[in-house]
Design a protein around this ligand. Sequence first.
Ligand code: ADP
Ligand code: RBF
Ligand code: MG
Length: 176
Amino acid sequence: MRLATTDRPLIVGPDVPEPPYPIRLGGPVVPGFGRGSKELQIPTANIPIDDSQVGGATIDSGIYFGFASLSLDEELVPNNVFPMVMSVGWNPYYKNEKRSVEVHIVHSFEKDFYGKEMRLCILGWIREEFDYVSKEALIEDIRHDIKIGVESLKREGYSRFKEDGYLLGVGKEEKN
Ligand code: ADP
Ligand code: RBF
Ligand code: MG
């Protein structure tokens, strides 16, 4: 079992995303396990997963970073694209029986957005999933993952994906 490892470098991966990235996928935000991630200040928006298929793409278990966009009609802001970190897998600490995809968006939202469409552009890998000695150790590592995601995305080769056509197209189709 793992302790939190916060001496990990804040910049991960090559200067420009390399295959298989970018991986683009999306789906409606659905209720998750209801473990109160929100109370830990780390809410995760879940999207449906069918074994290894996530919104049409195949993806290995692990922790990733990239950008997310949301179809937030009423609060539509000019650039509705945010940094995100995501967990794909079995949550070994909780011994889930179902594989899940959960995305923490690095932004403070006024309210929940269940039912909205979320689009993801995954740009890199952070680490494998682990079982932890304690919930505190898990949370500490997730907080460090968030820093890694944010810092890694600041590089030019990554930040340009904020303008990605797939992300910017969220919610557009049904509006016409
Ligand atoms: P659940 O178990 O239903 O996934 P969580 O406690 O993980 O519940 O909260 C997730 C929900 O919180 C999301 O579906 C979304 O509606 C809302 N939410 C608010 N802020 C964020 C954020 N920054 N990142 C992800 N989800 C958020
Ligand atoms: N769950 C685990 O059991 N092991 C992990 O290594 C793990 N890493 C995560 C990394 C990130 C960036 C995020 C957003 C979640 C991760 N989770 C992990 C899922 C976590 O257990 C879940 O969001 C809980 O509901 C938090 O209380
Ligand atoms: Mg969740």
